[in-house]
Design a protein around this ligand. Structure first.
Ligand SMILES: Cc1cc2nc3c(=O)[nH]c(=O)nc-3n(C[C@H](O)[C@H](O)[C@H](O)COP(=O)(O)OP(=O)(O)OC[C@H]3O[C@@H](n4cnc5c(N)ncnc54)[C@H](O)[C@@H]3O)c2cc1C
Ligand code: SF4
Ligand code: SF4
Ligand code: SF4
Length: 415
């Protein structure tokens, strides 16, 4: 029976939950906002299936890829709407046109991130683009297994540990499965993301309604209408300096008043905390699924550094990096070659600017300070700013407005 005594040894894939024949495992959120399995020992029959399907208890060996290349989806409109070079949408459309099913991550109604599947081209849109939050995998391994057993083509995209979890869960190879992971820096906490969204709704409503005489508790809550972690076009950020964008509608002001919060990624509080590794899942600091060990057919990523190696290939609209691990992956790419601009590459070019392919990030020095501050302040803004010691000038630049800004300023003195 699974027992989590060291949180860094559970990636939260839910393979154990979905395989348990007694349905006696459920996932529960911890104080850092990550899900972990909890077992109802009264119902458990000690069959050990949960241990057999756990990818962290049964890690696979690293594997050299068959091929590494840079790629750009020739459909520029699709590429601009994608995070990198638009490989996901190209592969996904191909599978749907074969009558297949595509699994990936989308925002749910509360703007939290969940895994789901698409059976039509239209249903692919919400799956596009990176969401830098751990997705809730739900029952998608079971759903994928059902489709596979029916003989339908299934493409499953996820973090490397989600793909490793899927492969352990299935316990056999399926010719009709195309498993795709991406180079994974690590996943931020869904609990931190939820709190961050509350805080930006609050600060944006304060900023927009500064002349209102209503107190905050009487004001209608603003509604989020869109989020894009990888905005390339609005604001003219481009691919390398992508923008983080949130759209909010203020109910009192009708459709006209859609507030846009948009920052270059390194100036956004949530992205700064993410990229400084302050709130990644504990397993991300000791990842066992990197370097081809997930069992995926293809790994897709950003080809960071392409401008140095092959400047003629870079137009700042997005270039993908693709690792081919299996013959199955190779043959799908062959079939799509007329739709992709391809440039052969190699491992040293690929990983020099993208070390997360081979190694986990380190726990930052200020990790404990962040969590101590967060537990005390219950604020992502305060905790990231206090941890990173942002200057007053930085704070003003980030436009944390009015009353909210004052609260933060006075609270900061406490930490
Ligand atoms: C948490 C995270 C960390 C990443 N770290 C790196 C990195 O260090 N280096 C790098 O080069 N690339 C990284 N990527 C991958 C990169 O951001 C792009 O997702 C990838 O290059 C694919 O881009 P695309 O243009 O082909 O397709 P896109 O249209 O951008 O497709 C993205 C695909 O990823 C899936 N997806 C999105 N969010 C999640 C999520 N939270 N969990 C599981 N699946 C998700 C979508 O469903 C879709 O299938 C990361 C992605 C995520 C989500
Ligand atoms: S040992 Fe078997 S019954 Fe018990 S929790 Fe694990 S899978 Fe479920
Ligand atoms: S890594 Fe996955 S299978 Fe293993 S204990 Fe955690 S949730 Fe269960
Ligand atoms: S870094 Fe590893 S453990 Fe963390 S989400 Fe990515 S693949 Fe999973």
């Amino acid at each position: 029976m699974i027992e989590i005594t060291d949180k860094s040894k559970c990636c939260g894939c839910s393979s154990c939950v979905q395989r348990c024949p007694k349905q006696c495992i459920s996932m529960r959120e911890d104080e850092q906002g990550f899900l972990y399995p909890i077992i109802d020992t009264l119902k458990c029959i000690d069959c050990s299936l949960c241990e057999k399907v756990c990818p962290m208890l049964n890690p696979s060996l690293a594997k050299e890829p068959l091929q590494v290349f840079a790629a750009k989806n020739k459909n520029e409109e699709q590429r601009l709407r994608s995070s990198s070079g638009g490989m996901f949408i190209l592969l996904a459309q191909y599978i749907i046109k074969q009558g297949g099913v595509v699994f990936g991550a989308r925002f749910d109604q509360k703007w939290e991130v969940e895994h789901c599947y698409a059976e039509t081209i239209e249903e692919l849109e919400p799956l596009m683009r990176s969401k830098y939050v751990q997705s809730n995998i739900g029952n998608t391994y079971k759903e994928a297994e059902q489709f596979l057993k029916q003989g339908r083509s299934v493409m499953f995209v996820g973090t490397s540990c989600q793909i490793a979890g899927l492969k352990r869960f299935l316990r056999k190879e399926y010719n009709n499965l195309l498993a795709i992971d991406f180079i994974c820096h690590g996943v931020p906490s869904p609990g931190i993301w939820r709190k961050y969204l509350e805080e930006i709704k609050f600060s944006l409503s304060e900023a927009a309604g500064k002349n209102s005489v209503l107190s905050f508790s009487l004001k209608p809550m603003p509604v989020i209408t869109g989020i894009n972690f990888r905005e390339k076009q609005n604001g003219g950020y481009g691919w390398k300096k992508f923008g983080f964008e949130v759209r909010i509608k203020l109910p009192s002001e009708g459709d006209k008043n859609s507030v846009l919060k948009s920052d270059i990624f390194y100036e956004n509080i949530f992205m700064r905390g993410f990229l400084s590794n302050l709130y990644l899942r504990p397993s991300c600091y000791r990842c066992t699924a990197k370097n081809g060990a997930s069992g995926s057919d293809l790994t897709i990523a950003d080809f960071w550094g392409i401008q140095d190696y092959h400047p003629e290939f870079d137009d700042d609209k997005g270039t993908s990096l693709v690792f081919v691990h299996t013959d199955k992956g190779k043959s799908v790419i062959e079939r799509l070659k007329t739709k992709i601009d391809v440039l052969e590459s190699n491992m040293s070019e690929a990983i020099e600017s993208n070390p997360s392919y081979t190694r986990s990030v380190s726990i930052p020095e200020k990790y404990s300070l962040f969590w101590k501050t967060f537990i005390k302040s219950e604020s992502v803004f305060i905790s990231v700013m206090a941890t990173m010691k942002l200057s007053i000038k930085d704070r003003i630049k980030r436009k944390v407005k009015n009353r909210f800004a004052k609260v933060i300023k006075s609270d900061l003195n406490k930490y």
